[in-house]
Design a protein around this ligand. Structure first.
Ligand code: FE2
Length: 146
């Protein structure tokens, strides 16, 4: 069970960092097509934010505490913090790369959940994999040059 709790905390902390980065990009993006990017990042951060509370409480239900501070998140997250204001295409590319890391982590958590017969948690994680696959599609589609 400890293996599942640990992997879940890493996936959760990484998800939170990704949420924060999408929100940061939503605030700070600039350029002639500002509104499109502002809305794209907006859609992503809102979707992830909508799942954060449920994710945290499901980890509590696994019988462990959930990370909830910047220092714990930075210890556990698998994505790099971004302190620079990037050009919009780089914001999209970086978020896409982070999103792929999250999908990998979530797939690992899915597999471990199954091993521990935590089927409810596994199903929640499956929903998160679907949601992040959709983010991947939106981010990739906006990177395509005309
Ligand atoms: Fe906003």
């Amino acid at each position: 069970m400890e293996e599942l709790q640990k992997a879940a905390k890493v996936a959760f902390s990484t998800t939170f960092s990704y949420y924060l980065k999408a929100h940061n990009f939503h605030w700070n993006v600039e350029g002639s097509d500002f509104l499109e990017y502002h809305d794209l990042f907006g859609k992503i951060y809102e979707e992830v934010y909508g799942a954060i509370d449920d994710f945290a409480e499901k980890i509590r239900a696994l019988g462990t505490y959930v990370p909830g501070s910047f220092s714990r998140f930075s210890m556990l997250t698998q994505v790099e913090d971004e302190v620079n204001i990037l050009p919009k295409e780089q914001m999209v590319a970086e978020l896409l790369q982070d999103n792929e890391k999250i999908i990998k982590l979530l797939k690992l958590v899915f597999k471990i959940s199954e091993e521990y017969n935590e089927f409810g948690f596994r199903d929640f994680i499956a929903g998160r994999i679907d949601a992040h696959s959709k983010h991947g599609w939106m981010l990739r589609a906006s990177l395509r040059s005309d």
